[in-house]
Design a protein around this ligand. Structure first.
Ligand SMILES: [Fe+2]
Length: 220
């Protein structure tokens, strides 16, 4: 499968590299990497190390991962058409829906039942860059407790608690030390491809998700 993907990426004109050192560092059997049309580094692997003792959060938080993957990432692209062709065409992501606001259309893509593992929007001023990555927990109270931690540790909250229109996740956003953001949420929607219908929303949130800093406006 990894070989097939490597051939598909090469046939699409991308430079694909097998990286043994990176595979060892990630503790996976095999890994290839390339960059997307905007230069975002992508890694593909098989055979992850499975420890006898599973990860246990020191705060008792349970993350929603497994077959759904880590969560999702949101980034900025310079050419929406090229990004769609690459992720939907070459890589085989499926479109979940779009959100159109402030003259831009954010695209949300899935590869498993999680509503989206990837979202991107064209923004020539900010691209290429990671906007945020999202982690999902299985208890709304852990979202609240983490909000308390954010407050007590002086972490910058970039969006207040709210619920998204499309994936229906209740979440908040905070600044991480790298300058991008972390979305922390609960209750993300699942997609059933046999019945799913793509929609175009005109707002990101049903309620909340207020940005408290003017310079951050337009990131989502
Ligand atoms: Fe998100």
């Amino acid at each position: 499968m990894l070989d097939d993907l490597g051939h598909r990426l090469s046939a699409a004109g991308l430079a694909v590299e097998e990286d043994r050192a990176c595979a060892e560092e990630r503790r996976v059997e095999g890994l290839i990497r390339c960059v997307d049309p905007d230069g975002h580094r992508l890694e593909f692997f098989y055979g992850p190390h499975v420890p006898k003792r599973p990860f246990v959060s020191p705060r008792g938080v349970r993350f929603v991962t497994g077959d759904l993957g880590l969560g999702h990432v949101f980034f900025f692209v310079t050419d929406l058409g090229a990004a769609k062709e690459f992720y939907l065409g070459t890589l085989g992501f499926r479109l979940s829906d779009t959100i159109e606001f402030h003259g831009r259309k954010v695209h949300f893509l899935h590869v498993n039942p999680r509503h989206h593992s990837l979202a991107f929007v064209q923004n020539e001023e900010l691209a290429p860059a990671l906007g945020h990555f999202m982690l999902e927990v299985d208890d709304i109270d852990d979202v609240g407790r983490t909000l308390d931690e954010v407050d007590s540790r002086g972490v910058t909250l970039t969006e207040t608690l709210g619920r998204h229109t499309n994936d229906r996740a209740i979440s908040f956003f905070m600044k991480n030390p790298s300058g991008s953001e972390v979305e922390y949420g609960y209750d993300g929607r699942l997609v059933d491809d046999t019945t799913w219908r793509v929609a175009n929303y005109d707002a990101t949130s049903l309620w909340g998700h207020h940005r408290d800093r003017p310079e951050s406006a337009g990131v989502h």
